[in-house]
Ligand binder design. Structure first.
Ligand code: ZN
Length: 481
């Protein structure tokens, strides 16, 4: 069985992104001419589609876009949790997404990209017959966007949280929906006591009450209220904007933040309008029918059927590493494993995604109690619970890294290209593991003698070198150029 080796002292903090570092615009979706034409046909009754009782299943390909070096603190589990929320947001629509595959792209130009690179990324990597979403650090400085010419959605890690509605908003664009404030993109509405103009950016401005032209004004949807706010806004307790707007007839109104296609905060949003839902179903059936999987059926994951097997409760572990294993009989296909020194899991030593039923954890500290638990996910059941937690205790003689370090431990050159020399005091032989930054062993050498030059074929990047024998162990960071 394939095992992932994981450092108990997680490295993920080395390569985190911070939500505070980048200030993102809510959405970078530009005017979609095809969608506009589609909606004209939709409202003119020129489309053939049928409203079906059953759920329409769409396979979702999630592309994880990483830098060429380092790994950000965003992984498959973030996407599985976001899929839970996306399906909740689309449950009324009658469209649901199932996980088709994770695809991995290591490219600095795509990780933090401008629109032209983003569209190129999509055209190079889209998987036909599925909806495609790309998760990146910065999608052209936005929380997300849908690119009609790329045929896919790009999402920022920091806007893809388990309760963030950005993905639902972008998938709304994907299925032809414009912003509720259509026409006002790039225009700052300012309430200076003046009524709004009749047209903005060549689009008729929607009236606040009984607009006879609502099918050609604003977002063209007569069942979404007028909205002129093209910047991120916070709603009041009634879900409305604090900004008072004056329509072209001088009627005052506040925007309704409950619509996913507005720019209200996620906490305000909870709905697509009935006509928006119908338009999305019509768009899927008439322009994206290859993405409908008529044979797919929901597979429920029963978390209670995931049993933590080993170590058993309160087991004493007598080495710095142990294999966690669990049994699954409830249709799960993905797992998140968490290990913590604290029963509340406030600080995690390990947080790892795996599709295996076991995980090797290393670098455990002696005489400590560790708590662990597993969250199973399915391919269409993403809103799952964690298992009960178990704990084990370590008891072994600590390895004195200080002794070893003071023992004239040397690695040179560092950075290196292909040849390394490791020196230590004394004549004892050591085993050497090279690990990537995910903590996975990529290369090993057994019974290495002091001062031996080691030829490695590691590609450029950052690695950890672990040198150990029965009673000594030390891990150092090395750079390969
Ligand atoms: Zn948008």
């Amino acid at each position: 069985m394939k095992l992932h080796l994981v450092m108990a002292f997680s490295l993920m903090t080395l390569f985190t992104y911070s939500q505070n570092e980048v200030s993102l615009n809510p959405c970078g979706t530009s005017t979609d001419i095809e969608a506009d034409k589609f909606l004209t046909k939709f409202f003119d009754g020129e489309l053939n589609y049928k409203i079906v009782e059953d759920i329409i299943w769409v396979p979702m390909t999630s592309h994880l876009v990483y830098p060429e070096e380092g790994k950000p603190n965003f992984d498959e589990v973030n996407i599985l949790k976001a899929l839970c929320h996306l399906n909740e947001n689309f449950s009324e629509v009658g469209i649901q997404f199932y996980h088709s595959s994770f695809e991995y792209i290591f490219n600095d130009d795509y990780y933090d990209h401008g629109f032209s690179d983003g569209i190129q990324m999509m055209n190079e990597n889209n998987i036909f017959g599925t909806a495609n979403s790309y998760f990146v650090l910065s999608p052209a400085g936005n929380c997300g966007y849908y690119a009609p010419s790329g045929g896919a959605v790009a999402m920022a890690f920091s806007c893809s949280g388990a309760f963030d509605d950005t993905w639902a908003h972008e998938m709304g664009h994907y299925f032809s929906l414009p912003h509720t404030f259509r026409g006002w993109e790039g225009e700052d509405y300012v309430n200076n006591g003046q009524k709004a103009p009749t047209f903005v950016n060549n689009r008729k401005v929607e009236l606040a009450e009984d607009d006879p032209d609502c099918q050609i004004s604003g977002d063209k949807f007569c069942d979404t209220p007028a909205d002129y706010l093209s910047f991120r806004w916070t709603c009041n307790n009634n879900g409305l904007s604090s900004v008072l707007q004056l329509d072209p007839d001088s009627i005052a109104f506040r925007s309704d933040g409950s619509y996913f296609m507005s720019y209200a905060n996620s906490s305000c949003m909870n709905q697509f309008s009935p006509l928006q839902m119908e338009a999305m179903v019509a768009n899927l059936q008439s322009t994206k029918s290859s993405q409908i999987d008529a044979d797919y059926e929901f597979v429920n994951v029963n978390t209670e059927e995931t049993i933590l097997v080993a170590p058993s409760q309160d087991e004493i572990i007598t080495s710095p590493s142990t294999t966690l294993s669990w049994e699954e009989t409830g249709n799960a296909t993905h797992y998140q494993v968490e290990v913590s020194r604290f029963p509340g899991f406030n600080f995690l030593n390990v947080k790892v995604y795996t599709t295996d039923l076991s995980l090797l954890v290393s670098n455990l500290q002696p005489d400590k109690t560790y708590y662990w638990r597993v969250t199973p996910f399915g391919d269409s059941d993403f809103c799952t619970e964690k298992t009960e937690e178990k704990s084990f205790t370590t008891q072994f003689t600590p390895v004195s890294i200080d002794d070893f370090l003071s023992d004239n431990f040397e690695i040179h050159p560092n950075p290196s290209t292909d040849l390394l020399t490791i020196k230590w005091g004394g004549n004892a032989k050591f085993n050497i593991n090279f690990m990537n930054i995910y903590g996975q062993i990529v290369s090993s050498k057994k019974q290495v003698e002091n001062g031996t030059s080691i030829l490695h074929d590691l590609s450029a990047g950052i690695y950890l070198i672990e040198v150990s024998n029965e009673d000594k162990r030390v891990t150092k960071r090395i750079i390969v150029q």
